[in-house]
Every structure is written in structure tokens, then in C-alpha cells.
Ligand binder design. Structure first.
Ligand code: SF4
Length: 443
């Protein structure tokens, strides 16, 4: 998230906007705010409410700032790896950087100065973002110039926001794996965000996506754009399936509309003879509505999701994921007892969640449990910013739908074919669907 606005409470605005992005990262959060004379940073562990209390952020003043919520995919979940990263260039200029994605290739070093100041501590840099900051700080010129020189030599998935010399910078990799949008603030000024819902939260008008391969600089003279690579769009289709909020628009399509269309198509591709369609809440709720619409089977709620437990898929370890699944979901016995239930999930990666769901629905008295998945089987790892690990961890690796149904004790299990998913998600961009198809958009 980034904001450039004169006369505004940037730290408060960033914090409010990060609430709208909390589903993208729940491990740590941070803000860097400043002007042409310097930048101050605060980072903390936990959710936005825990990491960014007003008492800790009210001293962050200036007209430009960036904010970040972290979901760790390349380095451990720790305060040291929380973002934004702040550093100082060899010429003495402060800058700060925040990143969404995974850098699969970086030109050189493994050392960087300590956060918030000049080179004090020299150590192995765990985080790909920190390594990029190490490269940028040795580059001459503006942060935009430095990004334009370094980014063509990197690989992988990235959206960056940065702040330096009173200006806001945003960049998106040439594939555009992760979403990034620009909006105009009602009171004057600009905002960039991973999802349009954060712009909505600020009362901003979403204008356009940052284009794949584009660097945007926002300063006193408005918005300046430059290209550092030719666009070969491969937006992560998993954004539509699971990651993004349904009230966002990504790649020219409403996430809500895509999820509902996936559910309608799933009813056609994987029908079931049942009495009731229920979602695995919350992400699959809209696909389940679509399935009910497409199948004519009544929709209902059969599982309660505790709002006090974080998203389980993006927990940083298998143990935490299992605990979160158990604590998060419980059955509504009066809704499912004696009924043949179709339970719709958005995706099945390791199957911890769906195995638990089938078990608690059976215990609550469901007569039959048919699992329907509003995406194809996940069979290949992701190298572009989602923690879909090695093939061995993936339940669909070398297992058929029937074998997975047996494993999770479901009466049947059906997926949405990849070509149908891509047909339903179509918008203004091309897609990456590599974890479903094995066809990677880059080496
Ligand atoms: S491999 Fe899957 S999760 Fe990763 S970017 Fe591609 S579609 Fe998204």
C-alpha cells in the first residue's frame, strides 16, 4: 500500500487501508512515512491492530508513505523480516521498500545495512526483499532510476511500493503475477494498493492497474510512468480462486463475479445428487452460491467459521495450519443432520482442511458428504509468491479424485477442469495457472 497526499494523516490512512489487505498477510505489519528530509519506520509482529497501535505510529509524519502486511513465503516469520525495509543510499538518501511476491533471481549480494539507518550491521540477508534493498542502496540517482536498472535483471513475482525523497514509487513485474492498482484520493493525492478494496477503504477512485513491467512515480508533478520490461501478462489465477477479497476487481474482473461463475461451472462439470449445498467458509461461500444456482440444490450454511481465528492456508507452518483449521470451523448440526450435503471449497492443497470438514460434518450427522472444489487439483509448486510447497506436500500429487475422496472419507470429490476455470476467469489479462497445469510462465 502506498499514499502520496499533502495535508493528510498518512500513517492513519495507511493503517486503515491495511485493514482491507489483512487477508493477504497476518504475520507482521509496518509503515514507513516521510518527506524529502527523511523517513521514519515502524514495524511489529501480528495483525494490523497488534503491530500498528496508534501510540506507535502517531510520530510518523510526512506527506508520503507505504505500508505492508506480511505472509512469509521466502524467509522466516520474524520482526527482522517484517516490512517495509528502510535503508540509506551511499549518497545519504533514505528510502523504504515493501514487496508482495517472490524474487526467483537476484543479481548479487547477500549483505545489507541494518534497517532504519546506514550500514551498521553486515549479515546474511534472509529475505529476497532485503537483498533487493541492498542492491538498490548502491545505485546512483532516484529510487525510480535504481529500480529501472535493477528490476530487468531480477526474476519472479513482485509488486513493490517504495518511498524516497518525498516521492512514492510503485513497480510490477513484467508478468504482473500479483495485482497492483492506482487510485485518486478524493481530497487530492494518489494511492496504490495490492487490491482495489484498499482504495475503496480510503474513499479513493480506482483508476487503473499498474501495468506489468511499469514503474510509477508519484510526486509534486503528478504521476510519471516508465517501462522497464515488455509486458507478458500472467496474473496469478489463484488470486481469483482464493487470495483476493471478493469485493476487489483484479485483471478487469470482479473477484465476486469470477467466484460465482466458477461455482456455476462446477455444478455443470461435477454434479452431485444431494439435498443441500454448503460452503467451507469464508472464501468458498461465493462459489457455493454459484454451485447452488447452477445445480438447483438449495444453498445453506452448515459450518460456522470463528472470526477470531486467522486464515489457515497462509499460516507459516504445518502445525499452525492444522491448529487453525481445527479452531476455525465447527459444524451446525441442525442444518446438516440426516441430509446429503455438497460441501464446496475454493481449492484443496494439502487436504488438512477438507479432511477435518468431512469428519465434523459426518460427526454432526450428515447422511452423505460430497466435496466439490471450485478449481482444478493443485499438483505443482508455486515459485511466485504463494506457499504451495513441494509436490510431496500436495495431496493431488499422484492421487486421483477418487483416491482423495477415500483419503478424506468423502462420498465423492470433484474438481473444476483447468480450461473451464481459465475460461470463467477471463478478463483483460493473461493468467498463470502453473500450480494447476504445470505450465510455468517463466523458467
Ligand atoms: S503457480 Fe499458482 S499460486 Fe503460483 S502464481 Fe501461478 S497460479 Fe498463482
Amino acid at each position: 500500500m502506498g499514499i502520496w497526499a499533502r495535508g493528510a494523516q498518512i500513517a492513519d490512512m495507511l493503517t486503515d487501508a491495511l485493514f482491507a489487505l489483512q487477508h493477504r498477510g497476518q504475520e507482521s505489519a509496518g509503515l514507513s512515512v516521510g518527506d524529502s528530509s527523511g523517513i521514519a519506520t515502524h514495524r511489529g509482529m501480528g495483525l494490523v491492530t497488534e503491530a500498528l497501535p496508534a501510540a506507535a505510529t502517531r510520530h510518523l509524519s510526512g506527506h508520503v508513505g507505504i505500508g505492508h502486511v506480511r505472509y512469509s513465503t521466502s524467509a522466516e516469520s520474524s520482526l527482522d523480516n517484517a516490512q517495509p525495509f528502510a535503508a540509506r543510499t551511499a549518497a545519504g538518501a533514505d528510502f523504504a521498500l515493501a514487496h508482495n511476491g517472490n524474487l526467483t533471481m537476484l543479481p548479487v549480494p547477500v549483505e545489507v545495512g541494518a534497517v532504519g539507518g546506514p550500514a551498521v550491521e553486515r549479515r546474511h540477508a534472509q529475505s529476497d526483499t532485503r537483498r533487493l534493498a541492498a542492491l538498490l542502496k548502491d545505485e546512483p540517482g532516484s529510487l525510480g532510476d535504481a529500480l529501472a536498472r535493477i528490476l530487468p535483471r531480477t526474476g519472479g513475482a513482485y509488486c513493490f511500493v517504495g518511498v524516497s525523497a518525498g516521492a512514492l514509487f510503485a513497480a510490477r513485474d513484467p508478468r504482473g503475477f500479483r495485482p497492483l492498482s492506482i487510485g485518486r484520493l478524493a481530497g487530492g493525492g494518489w494511492a496504490v494498493a495490492s487490491e482495489t478494496v484498499a482504495l475503496d477503504n480510503l474513499g479513493a477512485t480506482a483508476l487503473r492497474d499498474v501495468a506489468p513491467g511499469e514503474i510509477v512515480e508519484v510526486g509534486e508533478h503528478g504521476v510519471h510512468s516508465r517501462r522497464f520490461g515488455s509486458a507478458k501478462p500472467a496474473l496469478c489465477v489463484f488470486e481469483h480462486v482464493y487470495i483476493a477479497r471478493p469485493d476487489s476487481t483484479i485483471g478487469g474482473r470482479s473477484v465476486f463475479d469470477v467466484r460465482r461463475a466458477l461455482g456455476v461451472a462446477l455444478a455443470r462439470c461435477a454434479p452431485a445428487d444431494a439435498d443441500l449445498v454448503i460452503p467451507v467458509p469464508d472464501t468458498a461461500r461465493i462459489a457455493a452460491l454459484g454451485y447452488a444456482e447452477g445445480s438447483g440444490i438449495p444453498y445453506g450454511e452448515g459450518l460456522f467459521r470463528s472470526p477470531y481465528v486467522n486464515r489457515s492456508f497462509i499460516q507459516p507452518s504445518p502445525g499452525l495450519r492444522r491448529r487453525a483449521v481445527r479452531a476455525k470451523l465447527s459444524p451446525i448440526a441442525s442444518a446438516v443432520a440426516g441430509r446429503r450435503v455438497v460441501v464446496v471449497d475454493d481449492s484443496v492443497v494439502r487436504a488438512n482442511s477438507i479432511k477435518h470438514v468431512v469428519a465434523i460434518l459426518r460427526k454432526a450427522g450428515a447422511a452423505e458428504v460430497h466435496v466439490r472444489v471450485a478449481s482444478p487439483s493443485v499438483r505443482w509448486p508455486c515459485f511466485f509468491g504463494v506457499d504451495i510447497g513441494t509436490s510431496d506436500e500436495l495431496v493431488a500429487d499422484r492421487r486421483s479424485a477418487e483416491q482423495i475422496a477415500d483419503l478424506v472419507n468423502a462420498d465423492s470429490l470433484g474438481y473444476l477442469p483447468a480450461e473451464v476455470m481459465l475460461e470463467q476467469a477471463h478478463g483483460t489479462t493473461g493468467f498463470c495457472a502453473a500450480c494447476f497445469t504445470g505450465e510455468y510462465p517463466e523458467e
